[in-house]
Design a protein around this ligand. Structure first.
Ligand SMILES: [Zn+2]
Length: 226
């Protein structure tokens, strides 16, 4: 009988030394895991620095990723070392894309969207939260997928990608675009004086990066010969 997958888990290969991370291959991890006496690589896929996805253990088999919850989980491992360097932009993009495909394949999208704190997409270290809630038996001391991998941000990006709706053409005019830019500059400078937390600045940056906002400001600047 097919196993029922309930969560997608992110890992780091934790492969690096002297401040440098290595572009680990699935074949290397497969070898390490066999040396531990496992049948084969424990993860379902490995995502390389350039975003390439290498296949690991067939997801129909039970993986070896997080003790106690392997039967109900799918495991993505990122090459490198998440305590040493963050994911490359290509890894993050590929990881988000693959996670979305797996959420869809295993019919977890609705649950992911309706339970923001449900850890349907989680980092290995977050198993400790599942233990607290009584959903997993075994805690971990690992930082996996690494201190430099922000799972809240990953979930936010996945959520945005899943809820994006086609945007209507917006009504550009120079004066409003100028006010938008000036307003933003005021908000940024006030935020800096108030020393607002990173989280608040992140939402502001998200707004600034919206295609219409970016376009309006870009067009206005162009008009000014800026
Ligand atoms: Zn891990």
């Amino acid at each position: 009988m097919a196993r029922k997958i309930e969560r997608i888990v992110w890992h780091t290969a934790a492969h690096g030394r002297d401040g440098q991370a290595f572009d680990t291959t699935a074949a290397q991890i497969d070898q390490w895991h066999r040396e531990r006496g496992w049948s084969e690589i424990g993860y379902n896929v490995v995502i390389r620095f350039d975003g390439t996805i290498e296949q690991g253990r067939d997801p129909r088999k039970i993986p070896a990723g997080v003790a106690g919850i392997n039967e109900t989980t799918y495991h993505i491992c990122f090459s490198g070392h998440g305590d040493i360097v963050p994911l490359t932009p290509q890894q993050l993009e590929s990881g988000i894309q693959h996670t979305i495909e797996m959420l869809q394949k295993y019919k977890l999208t609705d649950k992911f969207l309706s339970e923001p704190d449900g850890l349907i997409v989680m980092g290995h270290r977050e198993v400790n939260e599942l233990v607290k809630r009584g959903f997993a038996p075994t805690p971990t001391t690992k930082t996996c997928p690494g201190r430099l991998v922000d799972m809240n941000l990953a979930r936010l990006l996945i959520r945005q990608r899943l809820t994006v709706t086609p945007t209507p053409a917006y009504a550009y005019d120079s004066q409003s675009a100028r006010e938008l830019l000036q307003g933003l500059q005021q908000v940024y400078s006030a935020a800096a004086r108030l020393k607002l937390p990173e989280e608040a600045m992140r939402s502001l940056n998200q707004f600034r990066k919206q295609p219409e906002v970016d376009d309006a400001i870009g067009r206005w600047r162009q008009e000014q010969g800026d």
